[in-house]
Design a protein around this ligand. Structure first.
Ligand SMILES: Nc1ncnc2c1ncn2[C@@H]1O[C@H](COP(=O)(O)OP(=O)(O)OP(=O)(O)O)[C@@H](O)[C@H]1O
Length: 252
């Protein structure tokens, strides 16, 4: 009797993806599968291709070859950045980009309003459901107590959280987060690991980071990139013990 194979719903699938810049292969036969509801940490030395991989997923960079499939059959290489965002892929860049001269709450409100036209926004009355949603988002990103203050007055870490809240307002199925804890205090870094673990209960998350203490706190599967492809994959302890990983980090 043959056993049924377990069905693992893959949300994002990169298959043998390559891209060159002026003859240099920044991504070289990269294959990766992210499951629905999975958080994955991506690490790798400088120049490994982490940012380029995110650029390919979000449609900013077109690969020369390979497939990038979202939800089974959406070929992301055939769509532009706006369409990919609308399909449910949100991206948090390294630097926080919030509206500094608006309050924390207004930032979330603006993100929630999304594509409502400026004209429609002028006459829009926030429903009770909207209010509840905004309050829940403020709570998630630990900013309820700062809601009526200007975003400019937040700490660097809190601005990062606010931007994560703004992305969550769009309810992405997959959230890409680029070096979220760079420049954060130790306490903010610890809280960010908790925050991302909460977020990952309801969506997939890909986190690129260099901070190994933070990666350990995330406690998720780690993919090590080097020279544009996957060098090792597994628990942080597993990949840290891998001779190729040690060599690629410490150099020859
Ligand atoms: N638009 C581009 N034109 C030319 N070369 C590029 C371009 N984008 C990336 N590269 C090169 O591709 C390689 C991979 O870069 P990438 O930024 O993806 O690495 P990374 O893993 O994100 O590095 P870091 O950890 O330093 O952010 C690097 O050698 C980089 O110089």
């Amino acid at each position: 009797m043959t056993e049924d194979l377990p069905l693992t719903p893959v949300l994002l699938y990169l298959d043998d993806v390559s891209v060159s810049f002026d003859g240099f292969k920044a991504i070289n036969g990269l294959s990766l599968a992210i499951e629905a509801g999975e958080m994955r940490a991506i690490i790798g030395p400088n120049g490994a291709g982490k940012t380029t991989m995110m650029d390919i997923i979000t449609g900013k960079t077109r690969p020369d070859s390979g497939d990038v499939l979202f939800e089974g059959d959406m070929d992301l290489t055939q769509h532009d950045e706006t369409e990919i965002a609308q399909a449910g892929i949100g991206r948090k860049f390294q630097k926080p980009t919030v509206f500094e001269d608006q309050t924390v709450r207004e930032n979330i409100e603006l993100a929630l309003a999304g594509e409502r036209s400026v004209f429609a926004s002028l006459f829009y009355q926030e429903s009770e459901a909207d209010k509840a949603r905004i309050n829940a988002l403020l709570d998630t990103v630990r900013l309820t107590h700062r809601a009526s203050e200007l975003a400019a007055d937040l700490s660097h870490g809190q601005k990062q959280w606010l931007e994560i809240g703004m992305l969550l307002a769009q309810d992405p199925k997959l959230l890409l987060v680029d070096e979220p804890v760079a420049g954060m205090t130790d306490a903010e870094t610890i809280e960010t690991a908790k925050l991302l673990r909460e977020i990952a209960k309801t969506r997939s998350v890909i986190v690129v980071e260099h901070d190994m203490g933070f990666i350990r706190d995330l406690d998720v599967k780690v993919t090590v990139l080097a020279e544009g492809s996957v060098l090792a994959e597994g628990s942080l302890d597993h990949v840290s013990a891998h001779p190729d990983v040690i060599e690629s980090y410490l150099g020859r």
